[in-house]
Design a protein around this ligand. Structure first.
Ligand code: ATP
Ligand code: MG
Length: 390
């Protein structure tokens, strides 16, 4: 039987004049993500993208898994396509869904007649097909309120039969909301922040600051793995690895200890922005959540943002840790995030960081040393490479 994937558009359907741009970007994203699995045919009609495998041996489960992680798609169904012929439809419904119909105790038929030329109306389709199913599977009862199985029939260019759609990733297509640079550490929060921006259509690049030998290669590999896991949702990630040791050592030796973290954060922002300028990226993203730790107070964020020419998006700002953890589990980054490797933020951290740094003190402390050559060197020695979903 010929199987097909139906991907129903999400928020795009509400777009007005620029709907085509969103749909075109979504199609590009779907094509790119499915390419490694084989050849498919794609077409769209009535807010649905049809994805038809062209090779015999295509892994449809794998394809569905990928499609469910593409932003812009609200629902995904795996269906069988048959001619709009009543016998073919009943035959296909009972054959294709045989296993589910055998296991279920109750069912109902749900019909959608998008092709108004089809001679039967939806109620009639439900009644007739329900009857045909009961004849073949006499153990079943019809339950319209709470059935074990919903047999869906959609009459479009063909008739599509499926056992219900699963939730897609929602959001809007990556690439329709500009580009941003995510400050990616090895923790739980920043991968979630990147996911949330990508969900709203942002093409996310990542920048990671490492401080060898204080941080190990395994710590960096962990962050690269996080980026690869994020790529399942965000698409391939342009990864920037900044050598940050020298800046941290100079800070340790020159800056007031209690301002170390805030100055480090400002210098991270400065390096990140220079790389953004080169790559025409217009915003920064962090995984900060208000009040979570000493460096994430409002006063600290005021001091950080003072060093920024670009907007800094903090999509987790109002979230509790438990809410962030729930998302990180959902997107499969949690188990990697909790691997116990050091981060450069934990190197030389002061015992008593200022929770309410005063901006003028912070600026004065930064001006007491010429960081410019170090910033330039860090930018120059940044390694850039692409990380794909694996
Ligand atoms: P996370 O769980 O993302 O590590 P956190 O709660 O540990 O966050 P901090 O360590 O204070 O918080 O870092 C706050 C934010 O600063 C991070 O979410 C991240 O965006 C950025 N950041 C911290 N360390 C690094 C790093 N080594 N490289 C890049 N960005 C970093
Ligand atoms: Mg951290």
């Amino acid at each position: 039987m010929k199987e097909i994937i139906l991907a129903k558009f999400g928020e795009i359907v509400l777009k007005g004049l620029n709907k085509n741009t969103f749909e075109a970007q979504l199609l590009r994203n779907v094509k790119r993500r499915l390419k490694p699995l084989g050849k498919f045919d794609f077409w769209k009609a009535q807010s649905t993208l049809y994805i038809k495998p062209l090779d015999e041996d295509i892994d449809i489960d794998g394809a569905i898994d990928k499609v469910k992680k593409i932003f812009g798609i609200a629902k995904v169904a795996r269906a069988v396509a048959v001619a709009k012929d009543w016998n073919a439809i009943t035959q296909a419904a009972t054959d294709y869904l045989e296993d589910q119909l055998t296991c279920a105790n109750s069912f109902k038929v749900q019909a959608k007649r998008a092709d108004k030329k089809f001679p039967m109306g939806s109620p009639e389709i439900c009644m007739q097909l329900g009857g045909a199913i009961l004849e073949k599977f006499p153990h079943l009862t019809v339950d319209v309120h709470n059935p074990d199985l919903v047999v869906n029939v959609e009459i479009r260019e063909d008739a599509f039969i499926h056992a219900g759609a699963e939730d897609g990733a929602g959001g809007i297509p990556v690439g329709t909301s500009g580009k941003a640079m995510l400050l990616l550490s090895g923790g739980i929060d920043s991968p979630v922040a990147g996911y949330m921006m990508a969900k709203r259509g942002v093409a996310v690049s990542a920048i990671h600051f490492e401080s060898p030998p204080y941080t190990s290669e395994r710590a960096r590999l962990k962050v690269e793995k996080l980026a690869s896991l994020m790529a399942h949702y965000c698409g391939a990630i342009n990864f920037h690895c900044v050598p940050f040791t020298e800046i941290q050592e100079v800070l340790r030796d020159n800056a007031p200890e209690e301002l170390f973290t805030i100055l480090m954060r400002r210098l991270m922002m400065e390096v990140a922005q220079r790389i953004c300028d080169k790559e025409e990226i217009s915003a920064l993203v962090t995984g900060e959540s208000l009040g979570q730790v000493a460096s994430q107070t409002m006063a600290a964020m005021v001091c950080t943002d003072n060093a920024c020419r670009m907007p800094v998006f903090r999509p987790l700002i109002g979230m509790d840790k438990s809410e962030i953890v729930a998302i990180s589990r959902k997107i499969n980054t949690f188990e990697t995030s909790i691997e116990p490797y050091e981060d450069c933020c934990t190197v030389f951290t002061p015992k008593h960081p200022k929770t309410r740094p005063v901006l003028s003190d912070v600026i004065a402390a930064q001006q007491a040393f010429d960081y410019e050559p170090l910033i330039q060197k860090a930018v120059e020695n940044t390694k850039i490479y692409t990380l794909n979903a694996f």
